[in-house]
Design a binder for this molecule. Structure first.
Ligand code: SF4
Ligand code: SF4
Length: 351
């Protein structure tokens, strides 16, 4: 087995990440994810109806969060072009089963064609839900982003934002110095235009993820606690809180290895395997699009460079809905992060 230093160095390479996930997984082969799905009759894992089109608009971000599974930051150059967005629009227009377009990054707003893309999606599918995963601080990062709340409202965009905790200490430790204060200011701006307020129809959801090698607590209880604290201390309102499990890939995997918590964390995920959560994993009704137009079963597989298991349709340019509907979903041991406890997806708990 490679030394810890060699393993950390190699994590820039998805193949090496997969090697760590397979070779250092506690319990050996029998404990692997495929075995667990097989035991409950879910292997091979097949898609259900395609409903969510999740698009990574680029890896550039104004933040460098410790647990970022995208490894995003200000120096990343990967960015979706307008031509690739046009290919996305073709699919959004023709796939009538899609009911949600979920825009992620990096900070999707940093893509120079972000606003053009959102208005085009709204124009071609007035009925569809558009989600923007907004990191909040981007709204204050530059005057050109200050009117994002109004832009979101005009295009009936649902905003989903990470806020690891309702205190500066825990939030800044995970997302960077000063992030909590800026996040609260941005939440107030969103509230001012109606986001998170009852009766406006403007949805503002928050995402909580644990700050260390442990699973999230009850989503309902966390939501109640966040609602009370944010309202009492900062007069901030929001709609729902999604509690998300940290998936053992990218910067979080690096943290697990550095802190000697990898085996311990994987054992926790394994012990909490929940068949109901496995039934509801998000890859079953989602396709994830990379910044360069390649297709993946989910955002996490995208980061591991595990493309969809369809020989003739791995890029938007060769979109083949029948072949994609018949594919088997590509799984590995990071998938235990989606099936532990109440389950975890980009929309929070799944069971
Ligand atoms: S804001 Fe999101 S995309 Fe940006 S570094 Fe943090 S977790 Fe990654
Ligand atoms: S990591 Fe991706 S492929 Fe694996 S179970 Fe979760 S959503 Fe599905």
């Amino acid at each position: 087995m490679k030394s810890l230093k060699a393993q950390l160095h190699a994590l820039a390479d998805p193949e090496e990440e997969l090697d760590v996930l397979e070779s250092r997984h506690p319990g050996g082969d029998k404990a692997n994810f495929q075995h667990h799905l097989d035991r409950i009759g879910l292997f091979p894992l097949m898609p259900t109806k395609l409903e969510i089109f999740q698009i990574n608009m680029g890896k550039m971000c104004n933040q460098v969060c410790k647990h970022c599974h995208v490894d995003a930051g200000p120096d990343r150059k990967e960015i979706m072009t307008r031509d690739t967005m046009k290919l996305c629009l073709d699919v959004i227009q023709k796939e009538s089963s899609l009911n949600c377009v979920d825009l992620t990054g990096g900070a999707p707003e940093m893509n120079p064609d972000f606003r053009w893309f959102v208005t085009e999606i709204r124009a071609c599918r007035p009925d569809i839900k558009i989600i923007v995963r907004c990191n909040l601080t981007i709204i204050l990062a530059n005057p050109k982003f200050n009117d994002l709340p109004e832009f979101f409202r005009e295009n009936q965009v649902e905003v989903v934002s990470s806020l690891p905790y309702f205190s500066a200490m825990k939030t800044d430790a995970q997302r960077g110095d000063g992030v909590f204060e800026k996040s609260i200011s941005a939440l107030k701006l969103l509230n001012q235009v109606g986001y998170g307020k009852e009766g406006t129809g403007l949805v503002l959801n928050l995402v909580y993820n644990p700050s260390g090698a442990f699973l999230p607590g009850s989503q309902h209880e966390l939501e109640m606690e966040f609602k009370k604290k944010l309202l009492d201390k900062f007069a901030v309102e929001f709609n729902s809180l999604f509690a998300i499990t940290n998936i053992p890939i990218s910067r979080f995997l690096e943290y697990l290895l550095r802190s000697d918590n990898f085996e311990n964390y994987m054992e926790k995920l394994l012990a909490a395997f929940n068949p109901m959560a496995a039934l509801g994993v998000m890859c079953r009704n989602t396709i994830s699009i990379g910044w360069d137009g390649y297709l993946y079963d989910c955002d996490f597989n995208q980061m591991l460079d595990l493309k969809v298991n369809v020989s003739n349709s791995i890029h938007l340019a060769n979109w083949d809905s029948s072949a994609l509907a018949d594919r088997s979903i590509v799984i590995n041991n990071h998938c235990f992060g989606c099936t532990a406890g109440a389950g975890s997806s980009c929309g929070g708990a799944t069971s």
